[in-house]
Design a protein around this ligand. Structure first.
Ligand code: GLN
Length: 196
């Protein structure tokens, strides 16, 4: 069975589980969702794909660096060591991928500004065009960061703004696909994973 890891440090995690389960059903690929809070869980489960949800990146860094977890920065090395596994970072997850702060190369090659649209009042929903699916996707932006530049492939645009980048199998989105009613990014993860 395909094993999909879900980083459970903080933030919008449970909606990802719902989306993964519906994507699994529609793809006809049975999956097991593994909740990951500690580095030992990541290395022992060794999932076939990993999702890093949105939330608050500062809090995630703090919880993840705690001795009880050590998921940060260990998870970044795990991603570097597993280039064939699909990784999806949403919002705060995208911030961590762009700026792992571990003195090593970032997981996506993009600069972004945190909270660049303003406060919670400036959270919004809007159409995103994804080149991965060649169609529109409903974008939910919550205190979202903004990409200022990237050397990676662009996989999602909101108007003329870059809202998703893809570096090989690492996708970073500034919006929350798990909070829409569209599971295509989760299907992409499942379809691009390989059982071992
Ligand atoms: N503003 C958050 C941060 O800076 C990200 C928001 C989100 O993940 N929805 O980490």
């Amino acid at each position: 069975m395909l094993r999909v890891g879900l980083v459970m440090l903080q933030g919008a995690r449970h909606a990802h589980i719902r989306m993964l389960n519906s994507a699994s059903e529609e793809c006809g690929v049975p999956i097991e969702v593994l909740e990951i809070r500690k580095l030992e869980e990541l290395t022992s489960y060794n999932p076939n794909a990993l999702i890093i949800p949105g939330g608050e990146s500062t809090t995630m860094r703090k919880i993840g660096r705690d001795r009880a977890s050590r998921l940060i920065p260990g998870m970044f090395d795990w991603i570097r060591d597993n280039p064939s596994k699909p990784i999806l970072g949403t919002c705060a997850g995208a911030i961590l991928l762009a700026n792992p702060k571990d003195g090593k190369p970032p997981l996506i090659n993009a600069d972004l500004n945190r909270n660049a649209y303003g406060s919670q009042y400036e959270s919004f929903q809007g159409p995103v065009h994804s080149s991965l699916f060649a169609r529109e996707f409903p974008g939910v932006f919550i205190r979202a960061p903004r990409f200022t530049s990237t050397d990676d492939d662009i996989c999602a645009m909101h108007g003329d703004e870059i809202v998703g980048v893809k570096n090989q199998k690492v996708i970073a989105l500034t919006f929350h696909p798990e909070l829409s009613d569209d599971n295509w990014f989760h299907k992409w993860i499942i379809e691009n994973s390989q059982e071992d």
